[in-house]
Design a protein. Structure first.
Length: 509
């Protein structure tokens, strides 16, 4: 009887920390190729695996993740086939994914379904970032050309805006300006002072930093103490309150990772030893709404649905999970996931296998490929352990979760609950007043900094009739900057809002 159970049979990772010269300045495709070759070699197959790959999915590059975006040194017109050329593959299907850090896990979920149905033989998921090389090469004035023209089929899934024009008008565009809004809302919901929250976040991320310091694939393998993280300094300057530099994902990385997937039957055919097999037991995907439409900015309903769905489908609780990697672009991503799983963030266990995006490296949309690679490598060391991955895209916008084990599932791997997205879509939506006038209260806020100085305050508030609005502080409102910079509670304070197209402007009463 055919066994089309999907398995992950190998992974590979690569990091470059050397001096940037014209000779060493690798493109993202070059870096991904090193990771892919490492994965192929790690599989221990008795056949030429590269020639057997029928599908390659390349995780969309970070600089290419907004419509019209492109890198400074050009790009291939067919990135997955450029990778295929480097590793000696000629796949039938080449896919360039959508934007978002959820993409690696979502591709694993997609590949699992196609392998189980017999649509795919051997799939490679790969990605890489060379943002560090780009930045250093630009500063050094290096002339690089990473453009390529490759013929062949390409399923380019494009990239899409994660925000509305009204959100853009108020600065809800960059992750460093949006996640602080969630962070402050979460802090207030848990009745923590500004200082208490910063101490908590510093202690949380110091643990992540310790893991990164011992990971050979970390871009920044340095242990940073809670005291360092909680202290504003020249090295740890304000980005947007409550986040300083080392509280956010670091994008200046040169990292690549790759995963190989096939069925049990194909693994046997290729001569891949059973010691390499890791099974995907359950998975789930849910996409959230635009930020301004979410009723409660202190929680993630999409996280709750995906995490509970995956655990319930496998008959597991969080206490049954031996290895975790919680997506960690900002502290709130970890705290919200812990809350969704009813897991104490301060528990004496690692919440990351890599060290997290601020310390291992925020490898753009490709971070979770590294996390899955690291997690599955750990599971190969044990016969019965379970590992859980949370992968997050956008502004807590897209959630993909996977549950893994080297132990074969009793029932075939499956989507935890195909109705989860419909369940989410039926949840309430916040009513938004785009042209806001009158007295109101602060729902959440952040103060954005530029070159160490306050640049703009972003405030989300509620009018007296309960409608939400987005607003900014006036450019010359030093009093508002002082309030937003302070340690006193801002959420719940009274404000006045007026509409001056295209923005709403607030002042504190």
């Amino acid at each position: 009887m055919a066994n089309t159970t999907p398995i992950l049979v190998a992974s590979g990772q690569y990091v470059f920390r050397g001096e940037i010269t014209a000779e060493t300045a690798m493109s993202p495709v070059d870096i991904a190729a090193k990771a892919a070759i490492s994965a192929i070699n790690a599989a221990g197959a008795k056949s030429d695996l590269a020639s057997e790959i029928d599908t390659i999915a390349f995780i969309r590059g970070f600089v290419d993740s907004v419509p019209g975006g492109k890198g400074p040194f050009g790009i291939s017109n067919n990135i997955p086939r450029s990778l295929a050329k480097r590793i000696g593959a000629d796949p039938e299907t080449a896919i360039y994914g959508r934007e978002g850090g959820h993409s690696p896990q979502r591709f694993v979920n997609e590949f699992a379904e196609k392998i189980a149905s017999g649509e795919m033989s051997l799939g490679l998921i790969a990605g890489a970032e060379a943002t560090g090389i780009m930045k250093q090469a630009n500063r050094a004035g290096l002339s690089l050309d990473w453009s390529e023209t490759i013929d062949g089929q390409l399923d380019d899934r494009g990239c899409h805006w994660l925000f509305t024009p009204h959100e853009v008008a108020h600065g809800i565009t960059f992750p460093t300006q949006v996640y602080p809004l969630f962070e402050n809302a979460w802090r207030a919901r848990h009745k923590l002072s500004v200082g208490e929250h910063r101490q908590l976040a510093s202690e949380l991320f110091a643990k992540f930093s310790d893991v990164a310091a011992n990971n050979p694939y970390s871009q920044f393998p340095v242990a940073r103490s809670a005291e360092f993280l909680n202290t504003v300094s020249a090295e740890n300057y304000w980005v947007a309150s409550p986040h300083t530099k080392w509280m956010v994902a670091q994008d200046a990385v040169n990292q690549g990772a790759a995963l190989l997937m096939c069925s049990v039957d194909k693994a046997i055919e290729f001569g891949i030893p059973e010691s390499q097999w890791v099974y995907l037991h359950s998975y789930a995907d849910v996409d959230d709404r635009y930020v301004s439409a979410r009723p409660d900015l202190a929680v993630s309903e999409s996280m709750k649905l995906t995490l509970s769905g995956v655990l319930n489908a496998a008959g597991k609780t969080i206490s049954d999970i031996d290895v975790l990697d919680i997506y960690s672009c900002f502290p709130i991503a970890v705290l919200a996931a812990c809350e969704a799983m009813d897991l104490d963030w301060n528990i004496d266990r690692d919440l990351t296998v890599t060290g997290g995006l601020p310390f291992f490296g925020g490898a753009g949309n490709n971070y979770s490929t590294h996390a899955i690679a690291s997690l599955t490598d750990k599971l190969r060391e044990t016969s019965d352990g379970f590992g859980l991955i949370t992968a997050n895209g956008g502004f807590l916008s897209k959630q993909s979760v996977g549950l893994y084990s080297a132990q074969a599932p009793q029932t075939p791997c499956h989507n935890a609950d195909p109705t989860l997205q419909a369940t989410f879509d039926n949840l309430p939506v916040a009513e938004l007043a785009e042209q806001a006038e009158g007295e109101a209260v602060v729902e959440t806020y952040t103060l954005v900094y530029k070159r160490g100085k306050p640049s703009v305050g972003i405030v989300i508030g509620r009018l007296e009739d309960g409608r939400r609005f987005l607003a900014n502080t006036a450019a010359d409102d030093d009093a508002a900057y002082a309030i937003l910079q302070g340690d006193s509670e801002v959420i719940g304070r009274k404000i006045a809002v007026t509409h001056k197209a295209p923005q709403n402007i607030v002042r504190f009463i």
